[in-house]
Ligand binder design. Structure first.
Ligand code: FMN
Length: 269
């Protein structure tokens, strides 16, 4: 066969394609476990960050195992699911908001009058995380939150103290807002400013509020207001709406109410 024959060219090209295909697919297969492990580590680190749980140089996965207890709740009733009710998708370790929200039996279509977070539908069930302290007592609760900003849906977590009143942390792990503008939701100083703010008033009404501009530290509202992000009114409004939505009656309200009641009853004993 002459070295510049069509047949030889086709054979060489097919050989190169075959070798490349084997290389690409074997790399994909061999990297899959690493990608899954990295995804899990990222989720774990975000949960620990939201709950202000320090790893102090330890393996975050180990700290998560020791300190975090995930449970699944039915959002509408606030009821905690028994482990026997878990399914392949309703499973704390595999829980994926984006997947669950596309399974019709697990989806609640939000009427537009209720849809303050601009998400149209939400899971009927959510995984929440209890941060365990001394003597197996819950120290904090971490709740997944998400909603529309300007360019994207922001996904994150908010942490509340054990009385479910004071904010202990907030973090977003996924969004497409503009770096330097709406992307300042990732600014550590801004995230820090949420800690210690009152999310609810005495009547358990949601009062946390992200305002346009700077909070007047001398005002009586300063204990439940957060500075808006400058030049980013629309992202700021989105964050305000989504946080308020998830803490309200249409979000985690029923769970918050039942846990506060259980805590109150426990204290009376
Ligand atoms: C390229 C570009 C990116 C922008 N990104 C954001 C953003 O991520 N979040 C946001 O709220 N506003 C963003 N804005 C600004 C909005 O269009 C709008 O002007 C702003 O929200 C008004 O906020 P202000 O009243 O604080 O100035 C962007 C504007 C431009 C031109």
């Amino acid at each position: 066969m002459s070295s510049d024959s069509t047949k030889k060219t086709v054979l060489v090209a097919a050989g190169v394609c075959f070798v490349c295909a084997i290389l690409v697919s074997s790399t994909t297969v061999s990297l899959a476990p690493k990608q899954t492990a990295n995804k899990t580590l990222d989720r774990v680190q975000n949960i620990l960050a939201a709950g202000d749980v320090k790893a102090n140089g330890e393996d975050p996965n180990q700290v998560y195992k020791e300190k975090i207890k995930p449970v699944i709740i039915e959002v509408e009733s606030g009821k905690i699911l028994d482990k026997s009710e878990y399914t392949a998708d309703l499973n704390p370790e595999k829980f994926d908001i984006k997947k669950i929200v596309n399974i019709p039996e697990y989806t609640y279509q939000i009427p537009s009058s209720e849809d303050d977070a601009g998400i149209k539908k939400r899971p009927k069930y959510m995984v929440i995380y209890e941060v365990m302290g001394e003597n197996d007592n819950v120290e904090k609760y971490i709740f997944p939150i998400y909603g529309k900003g300007l360019w994207s849906t922001l996904y994150g977590f908010i942490a509340l103290d054990k009385e479910l009143k004071v904010i202990k942390g907030l973090t977003f792990y996924e969004h497409g807002e503009t770096p330097g503008l709406g992307g300042e939701v990732d600014n550590p100083k801004w995230k820090e400013s949420w800690k210690g703010k009152n999310a609810f008033d005495e009547d358990e009404k949601v009062i946390i509020q992200v305002i346009k501009g700077k909070v007047d530290q001398g005002s009586p509202q300063a204990d439940h207001q957060i500075d808006g992000l400058s030049g980013s009114t629309l992202t700021t409004r989105g964050v305000d709406n989504l946080v308020r939505y998830w803490l309200s009656e249409n979000g985690y309200g029923p769970f918050l109410k039942s846990m506060r009641k259980a805590e109150g009853d426990h204290e009376k004993i």
